[in-house]
Design a binder for this molecule. Structure first.
Ligand SMILES: *Cc1c(COP(=O)(O)O)cnc(C)c1O
Length: 365
């Protein structure tokens, strides 16, 4: 790879499977059926099998998957939902869009996922918990599920960054009552447009979700319940059917890149990611007190980086002062937002580019 190295490159993912994706697109376009047809039905089955989840329901985005999971479980106005502030804004936006009240909880400062002790202290009146498997690192599902169960709360896993991840050898998305996946183009399993899926633990919830995603229809043109329109389309499903069989190899390549980074940066004094087995490396996140200067120095050397995320949700203009914060506060969240930096991470990043990133970080740090 010559020239600047991007932090993410969804176009490279397309080019790597161009012929198969183009053929799948042509097949979907020629079928004459564009919404909720064979491609979506087949993808839902294939994705469920590959992910070890009982039922998958294709929807329009990861955000909608979270909203529908909450609605499907009967969570809405008057209900408190505990989740993190160190996440994509979508996690918290979905709670608000479902009509419920978020309670934001601090993170484990080294793994960046929901901190069980802080969660336990905040469970008063909480009806659902949304752990986020951030950066592809599984959250501590043992402790989180135990705490939720003790309080009779549902668990909805945010798996938007964690396709293929496992905790204790078991796939994420199978621990909670429901789970949400996103197929945004840069995710580990990405469409070439918007898409998402809800994983449902039981058939009754799966049935409710299918009804909710299309106007509340049980029977065409007759709304049984108040639903919405959030459908995965045939074109994206056809593309995802090409990409799904390549997911395991893509995740393995991400892990190899992460291993090379860890080895190449071990003696730099930088804070490197603390891993858990089953991590799928959606992002490789380092920490530095002078993060912005480091980022500029890398940019000058042609290395793109990202910040996931620069502003915790509770400090964003749309939400600041309007969202409950757990009793233990958000100190680890605010510290992480100041210091995290995501290095280039995508399966098509070749060894030479990885070596260039390592050399640039070593020089800059
Ligand atoms: C991407 C993402 C979402 C939202 O997915 P969209 O498909 O963009 O709506 C939700 N949660 C997390 C953690 C994400 O990374």
């Amino acid at each position: 790879m010559t020239g600047a190295i991007p932090q993410m490159d969804p176009g490279a993912g397309y080019r790597a499977q161009r012929a198969a994706i183009d053929a799948a697109v042509a097949r979907a376009l020629s079928s004459g059926w564009y919404i909720l047809g064979q491609e979506v039905a087949s993808f839902e089955r294939e994705f469920a099998v590959a992910s070890g989840i009982p039922h998958a329901i294709g929807v329009a985005s990861g955000t909608d998957a979270l909203i529908l999971a909450l609605k499907g479980l009967g969570i809405g106005p008057g209900d408190r939902v505990a989740t993190v502030s160190h996440t994509a804004v979508a996690t918290v936006a979905a709670v608000v869009l479902a009509g419920a009240e978020p309670v934001l909880i601090d993170i484990d400062p080294v793994r960046y996922t929901l901190d069980p002790d802080s969660l336990a202290a905040a469970m008063d009146g909480v009806r659902a918990v949304i752990p986020v498997h951030l950066y592809g690192c599984p959250a501590d599902m043992d402790a989180i599920c135990r705490i939720a169960r003790q309080h009779g709360a549902f668990v909805v896993e945010d798996c938007a960054q964690a396709h293929g991840a496992t905790f204790d050898g078991r796939p994420v998305g199978t621990f909670g009552d429901a789970a949400a996946f996103s197929f945004y183009p840069t995710k580990n399993l990405g469409a070439l447009g918007d898409g998402g899926a809800v994983a449902a633990g039981d058939a009754a919830l799966a049935e409710r979700l299918r009804i909710l995603r299309e106007y509340g229809w049980r029977e065409r043109y007759v709304s049984d319940v108040e639903g919405m329109n959030s459908r995965l389309d045939e074109l994206q499903a056809a593309i995802l059917r090409v990409r799904l069989p390549a997911l395991a190899a893509a995740n393995a390549r991400r892990a190899a890149i992460a291993e090379a980074y860890v080895e190449g940066l071990a003696d730099t004094g930088l804070v490197l990611p603390t891993t858990r087995p089953g991590h799928v490396w959606h992002q490789f996140v380092i920490r530095h007190p002078a993060r912005d200067a480091l980022r500029q120095a890398l940019k000058a050397q042609g290395v793109g980086t990202g910040i996931h995320y620069p502003v915790p949700v509770h400090l964003q203009p749309a939400y600041a002062g309007r969202i409950a914060i757990g009793p233990t506060g958000l100190a680890a969240t605010e510290a992480a937002a100041r210091e995290v930096l995501s290095l280039p991470m995508f399966p098509e990043l070749d060894d030479e580019a990885v070596a260039r990133v390592i050399a640039a970080v070593r020089q800059a740090a």
